[in-house]
Design a binder for this molecule. Structure first.
Ligand code: GLV
Ligand code: MG
Length: 308
């Protein structure tokens, strides 16, 4: 799956047990919705939520959105039923399964095998349903490259900051903010970069996780800008109020987009016969060459995907 595929600037978490939130989600401008069977769904509510999710996917109304279901992780007793019920019931109307707390490549293989069996049994196209892997603990991070490479179904690596902070005993209760006492740099930088490198090495999207202070949209924007600046493709949103901010932060701004398109036009001209078949040239005070073209293509690609 190419990083250009499937829009995921804003990935809206929707509890699979709430018909009300599901109905609302259809009307919101999030690029992706994920119907959650994991932490947003109480244990006793999970069997009912599987049914609610199957109906919601089959009823439709998700045009233009990437449709994902987050199942429970393989250390629980719920995963196989989550996958079997949801994919047998609504596999034709589902784009990807999100697997939380992934620690090894084998856990991705297990999901891949199960999906293949269901696709064959149900007569679906084999291999169409993708996998999103959440990295939420130290073991997952140390294995992130193998996890990214584990299956052609892999579409994204997703950072799960809340579980991650808990798993490494970070002394903080505010997800996404720097831990108190940490005054130099960004305490998450190492994790962000490890995930981003694994994603880019295997042509996957890199997605940032949630920001839990849902009413503080300015703070959301500030935190989102950190991962967007590194090149992340999108971020989870937990509340409708965060969606526009995510769509904006993970799209280029208009000036950068226009500039990128100018670079591409200029490059095309000066490398052509008419433009003198040059390897580099100037636009104003800026020298551009093949590497500039590649950088411009990243910004222009994101802008075009965002409909600019
Ligand atoms: C998301 O699942 C998180 O743990 O942050
Ligand atoms: Mg989590």
């Amino acid at each position: 799956m190419s990083v250009e595929n499937r829009p995921r600037r804003s990935c809206l978490a929707v509890p699979g047990s709430s018909q009300k939130f599901i109905d609302k989600a259809r009307t919101l401008p999030a690029d992706q919705i994920f119907l959650d069977l994991e932490d947003a769904c109480a244990p006793l509510a999970k069997p009912g939520a599987r049914k609610t999710i199957v109906s919601a996917l089959n009823e439709g109304g998700w045009e233009g959105k990437t449709r994902v279901v987050r199942v429970n992780d393989w250390t629980t007793e719920w995963t196989y039923r989550d996958v079997t019920e949801v994919v047998e019931g609504a596999g034709a109307n589902l784009d990807a399964i999100m697997l939380p707390k992934v620690q090894t490549a084998a856990q991705v293989h297990a999901l891949d095998f199960l999906l293949t069996q269901i696709e064959k049994t149900m007569g679906y196209e084999v291999g169409r349903i993708g996998i999103e892997a959440q990295i939420e603990n130290a073991l997952g991070l140390t294995n992130v490259n193998a996890i990214a490479a584990a299956s052609p179904r892999m579409e994204t690596i997703v950072f799960g900051p809340a579980d991650f902070m808990a798993s490494i005993n970070m002394k903080s209760l505010v997800v996404g903010e720097q831990p108190p006492g940490y005054t130099e740099g960004d305490a998450y930088h190492y994790i962000y970069m490890q995930i981003l490198m694994a994603a880019r090495a295997y042509d996957l999207q890199a997605i940032d996780g949630p920001y839990l202070q849902i009413r503080d949209v300015d703070a959301f924007r500030r935190v989102a800008q950190r991962s967007a600046a590194l090149g992340y493709d999108g971020k989870w949103v937990l509340h409708p109020g965060q969606i526009d901010a995510a769509n904006e932060v993970f799209s280029p701004n208009q000036d950068d987009y226009d500039h990128a398109e100018n670079i591409l036009d200029a490059y095309e001209y000066f490398t052509s016969e008419a433009g003198g078949k040059k390897g580099s040239a100037m636009i104003g005070d800026e020298m551009i060459d093949e590497a500039s073209r590649k950088m411009a293509l990243v910004i222009a690609g994101k802008g075009r995907a965002a409909g600019m």
